[in-house]
Design a protein around this ligand. Structure first.
Ligand SMILES: CC(=O)N[C@H]1[C@@H](OP(=O)(O)OP(=O)(O)OC[C@H]2O[C@@H](n3ccc(=O)[nH]c3=O)[C@H](O)[C@@H]2O)O[C@H](CO)[C@@H](O)[C@@H]1O
Length: 373
């Protein structure tokens, strides 16, 4: 390892919501400093161990896992793993000698950022959600900079360290170059139809799938509306079997959509979970949407993400418990109300934050000159 080479560790992961921003930040650092040596640290067995090498970066894994929310003996094993991870994290940071360490949230960022802070290496945190998780709140005290995507984050973090940068969004979505005609052609949809896009987040959402399955008759009786439906990998087979029993011509079914840019341009309205990454994209593509926060995430942060938009009349929020009954009717009503579509689009566009990855990368590079002592 060259002594004067710029070295940066990026830590965190667990779901797409943490990994994709981390990779975007790394790419933006490389654009400015192609010579930078970037090392990722993730959790063994999680999605980052596959996605990060695919993106062309090296990654080391920690044996870290999440606590169960109820009191169970399993949590003892989690404590042991955490201690092992801390020891490993110290070793990684000492050996790699980074000039700065970035934490994007998720299991691995805790031990790595903690170790860096103890060793007086400057750290930067990126919080994607409008509600800060426990780990980031603990790490914030000694962090040099905290890049956030929502206003009002001084509720959780020291105000002087916060910078409103937004969440990094893939280039092809931030700067859409495809047309609606191309989007419709990609999904085999006639240009005279309206399109409802349904997104369950990177893993899919059971409630959204059940809400649609329960209202197939409504979808069928509106043949001028075509539904592009992302089920998630886990639920795809079940939904497909249901649709084989009860075929609906105006549905296009996918487990995962690779060309989100084409899906977004094709859509007239969108139903979505309220994951932070998806919301940042929805603001940039400025489409009218209905958000259904997942009740299964830490500290109910998706509800807070969704409320940040709903309170500004930038999105409609339907709670998970009301979705089965209300969601599809609400979406079809929105598709038939152009004035509401226009208001929601205009308001959501105002919340868009651009160039986040580049701005965060610049902040990371500024810290490489900081003396943290
Ligand atoms: C269940 C869970 O823990 N969810 C969390 C996870 O969400 P999750 O992993 O679902 O992530 P986000 O909603 O933040 O982002 C999903 C990303 O996957 C992409 N995508 C999605 C579907 C698809 O078919 N194709 C595709 O490419 C989207 O364009 C987006 O870029 O991390 C977010 C950011 O910390 C949190 O706010 C969420 O609460």
């Amino acid at each position: 390892m060259e002594n004067n080479q710029l070295r940066i560790i990026i830590s965190g992961g667990g779901t797409g919501g943490h990994i994709f921003p981390a990779i975007s930040i790394a790419n933006a650092i490389r654009e400015i400093r192609p010579d930078a040596d970037i090392l990722f640290a993730g959790a063994e067995g999680r999605m980052e161990m596959e996605k990060v090498p695919q993106a062309g970066y090296k990654i080391v894994g920690l044996p870290v896992a999440g606590f169960s929310r109820s009191l169970t003996p399993k949590n003892l094993i989690v404590v042991l793993k955490l201690m092992k991870s801390l020891i490993k994290a110290y070793r990684i940071v000492r050996n790699f000698k980074p000039h700065v360490v970035v934490g994007v949230g998720g299991y691995a960022s805790g031990p790595i950022v903690k170790a860096a802070q103890r060793l007086n290496i400057p750290t930067l945190l990126q919080e994607q959600n409008s509600y800060a998780g426990v780990t980031n709140k603990l790490l914030a005290k000694k962090a040099k900079k905290i890049c956030v995507a929502y206003e009002g984050m001084e509720r959780y973090f020291p105000a002087d360290k916060i910078m409103l940068t937004g969440n990094p969004v893939r280039q092809d979505i931030e700067n859409l170059t495809v047309t609606r005609t191309e989007g419709l052609a990609h999904f085999g949809i006639d240009p005279s139809k309206k399109v409802l896009l349904v997104l369950g987040g990177s893993l899919g959402a059971r409630t959204l799938n059940q809400s649609l399955l329960g209202k197939l008759d409504v979808v069928k009786s509106n043949p001028d509306i075509v539904v592009i439906w992302q089920t998630g990998k886990l639920y795809y087979q079940t939904v497909k079997e249901e649709l084989e029993k009860n075929p609906v011509e105006n549905i296009r079914l996918f487990d995962f959509i690779r060309r989100m840019d084409l899906a977004y341009v094709a859509a007239d309205a969108i139903i979505s979970r309220a994951g932070a990454g998806t919301i940042s994209e929805l603001c940039l593509v400025a489409k009218p949407c209905i958000l259904v926060p997942s009740p299964n995430v830490a500290e109910d942060h998706q509800t807070r993400n969704a409320l940040a938009l709903a309170n500004k009349n930038a999105a409609i929020m339907v709670s998970d418990s009301k979705a089965l009954e209300q969601l599809v009717n609400e979406a079809f009503a929105l598709l038939n109300d152009e004035s509401l579509q226009k208001t929601l689009s205009e308001n959501i566009a105002k919340l868009a934050l651009r160039n986040s990855a580049k701005v965060i990368a610049e902040e990371v590079l500024k810290l490489t000159n900081t003396n943290s002592k």
